[in-house]
Design a protein. Sequence first.
Length: 400
Amino acid sequence: MAYYRSVGEVPPKRHTQHRRPDGGLYYEELMGEEGFTSDSSLLYHRAIPSAIADASVWEVPDQSIAANHPLKPRHLKLHELFADNEWKAVDAVTGRRLVLGNGDVRISYVVAGSPSPLYRNALGDECVYIESGTGTVETVFGALTVGAGDYVILPRATTHRWVPGTDEPLRAYCIEANSHIAPAKRYLSRFGQLLEHAPFCERDLCGPVQPLLAEGTDVEVLVKHRGLGGEVAGTRYVYPTHPFDVVGWDGCLYPYVFNISDFEPITGRIHQPPPAHQVFEGEGFVICNFVPRKVDYHPLSIPVPYYHSNVDSDEVMFYCGGNYEARKGSGIGQGSISLHPGGHAHGPQPGAYERSIGIEFFDELAVMVDTFRPLGVGEGGFASEDPGYAWTWAGKAPRS
Ligand SMILES: [Fe+2]
């Protein structure tokens, strides 16, 4: 995120004295990526940011992943993971249920109505897509207001908490990387500006606008971090004072929000491949979205995708609005995931190919994650699976 931002009070010269009204010093923290050689920000704290008063084990929610074996396309109905009356007691951090994952990225889903504990992810950046609902993400950089269609990008190790609105559940699709998540590299100039051909620009990215100062003592923070074998581990810290004590910060590393409705789709006379729909990328995966758009206008075009075998990737579609044209007749609906793994050719459901001819506009909304290493299935994946999906193209199930 090479887009400079300055919020609150910062001294005119970095690494120099920044004094409180009472004459004492603020404590400068550099939060930087790739060992001082990539994006960073400087934050000025009222208290020493490394002061912890206690550390204990936090048992993270079930992170186990089982192989997709025998290899099958799968349909997961995420709305079935949470009962209608359950959400008010669930928070958007500890309530996440893991549906798919590998060594590069984990995808979970949560329907929340309670404020979360303070939390940070030390394994990698998070991209949390808000399917519906509203809320605030309070962070050490300031607060972000979030709502339906927002991608919330939270850099690795950003201390934050989720505060859902009270009127409706906050439905969040959480993409947790083991790396950084950034706009597709080909959208960026060599100095990091979003280029003219990119489907969004800096004006579409919303960062914190003022510091968020909170008071408190003995404040708990949950930290998700690397285990010895690369697994996800958890630690609960207690801070003597509240970690949201930053009076000002500046730099190019901070959380931000991008709304999917600000993505300007790239369309053509014939079918545009998924890279035309890309938004972000991390190590070992990309994030694309399919938004309402005018579709292919060649006189002989077939607007739904051709059948395709993604020989190098597993493809995960999260259907979050409209009616996805190519999946009609498969049972897939709002809140569904389809997993189409490498080694399996997939494409429109029977009839959709023919029906799409002559259609000029697709009213569909979907977020896609393509991974370059195989995805396994988490407990939330197995708990929400529609077992008949793999056989929907053939129209007949295996003999049992
Ligand atoms: Fe596909």
